[in-house]
Design a protein around this ligand. Sequence first.
Ligand code: CDP
Length: 230
Amino acid sequence: MNNPIIIAIDGYSSSGKSTISRYLASEIGYRYIDSGAMYRAVTLYALRAGLIDAAGNINVEALTAALPSIHIDFKVNPGGKQSTMLNGEDVEAEIRRLEVAEHVSPVAAIPAVRHALVARQQAMGAEKGIVMDGRDIGTTVFPHAEMKVFITAAPEERARRRMAELEAKGEHATYEEVLHNVNERDHIDRTRAESPLRQAPDAVLLDNTHMAFEEQNQFMLDLFHKITRG
Ligand code: CDP
């Protein structure tokens, strides 16, 4: 086998990053790490601890003080599905709820939160052989990743995908609510001071608005083989 590499997948919310990343990781036998799940888990912790008020204000000082006692990990379940673990509890379902999505971008904009999670992500990639998806993986977490892809799709298409995902989980939201959340998170992610969402200069752009799954999966595999076979 070739030497393992680091694969950084960044892009907009609901662009299908995690589906693409999970597929690629399983095809090539790499570990998949969902960095967004880590920001969602911190957000869930803050909500449960009452550190976010009804108006959405975050008690940054208290959350910063709590960071050393927030432990996030991933458990691989039988069958290969992963669960996000927050201090030993499986919170996979809870972190995908709209309530968490509504607060995650402001939480992820807090520098202390980013520093703590980026350090943890870098440690997870120390041995390479990983696919990590997020917003700043190719720019900040692994600026030297051997393979970088930046994924985007039209906001309306992303909102449709997110709706379908929420509906499949029995959560009801209107298309307008979901589109609003998608646009809002894009805006916060792009404009925050600390490692904003942007395409790394050496990342390959993939716009999958009109792409079928098979087509984009093949694109990723071809790129991986091209990079690792030289
Ligand atoms: O799945 P979806 O694309 O909706 O988002 P996610 O990957 O679960 O990430 C949730 C939120 O976490 C994003 O909207 C960002 O605000 C934040 N995030 C980040 O700031 N940096 C990352 N590396 C990953 C996520």
